[in-house]
Design a protein around this ligand. Structure first.
Ligand SMILES: CC(C)(COP(=O)(O)OP(=O)(O)OC[C@H]1O[C@@H](n2cnc3c(N)ncnc32)[C@H](O)[C@@H]1OP(=O)(O)O)[C@@H](O)C(=O)NCCC(=O)NCCS
Length: 150
């Protein structure tokens, strides 16, 4: 597998939308156009995992504003899970952030999302707060962060 940081979406919009659809069915999956619009912002980046240099197994969309970064969305196709792909992508993203002199990475995660919370804890993130009803009534978010040493 190979993980790449991309500043341009290239031709990946439909692939990212298909992965998002398979990971967030019924919970507001994003279209190819949404990914293209988000990646048009100068602040936004992709970290993409390629299997055999062709198949995309997962990705992180994140931003960098001044010395802070936020994970906007992260997804790994069901068939590729529990192989360390998400952890590997987070490592690659954090390395790139350190090179950009970013001091803190933030994210929000649904308090019901045990796999994602397990992933973030394993990658060194810690809970710093919560947003009540962030994902809808009764669907609360944890705010997590990880400080980065440059
Ligand atoms: C969350 C998600 C990205 C994890 O991707 P992944 O590639 O399977 O994760 P990894 O294989 O890198 O797992 C790394 C660690 O995270 C934790 N983890 C991952 N999946 C887990 C699960 N289902 N249950 C508990 N812990 C889990 C474990 O600590 C794991 O280490 P281990 O396999 O050695 O035990 C994936 O399940 C996914 O795409 N879910 C749907 C979309 C989503 O929820 N995105 C996050 C939104 S905030």
């Amino acid at each position: 597998m190979a993980t790449r940081i991309l500043k341009d979406i290239e031709n990946l919009g439909p692939v990212l939308a298909a992965i998002h659809q398979s990971c967030f069915t019924g919970k507001g999956a994003w279209s190819s156009q949404t990914f293209e619009e988000l990646m048009a912002f100068s602040t936004h980046y992709l970290c993409v995992d390629f299997q055999n240099d062709q198949t995309v197994s997962g990705f992180i969309l994140y931003n960098v504003v001044m010395d802070q970064s936020e994970i906007i969305t992260l997804a790994v196709l069901p068939d590729f899970r529990r192989k360390g792909i998400a952890a590997n992508m987070i490592d690659a993203m954090l390395c790139a952030l350190i090179q950009q002199k970013v001091h803190c990475s933030f994210l929000e995660v649904n308090q019901d999302n045990e796999p994602a919370i397990g992933l973030y804890l394993r990658c060194g993130y810690a809970k710093i707060g919560q947003r009540l009803h962030y994902y809808g009534h009764g669907q609360h978010a944890d705010i997590m962060s990880k400080k980065l040493e440059s």
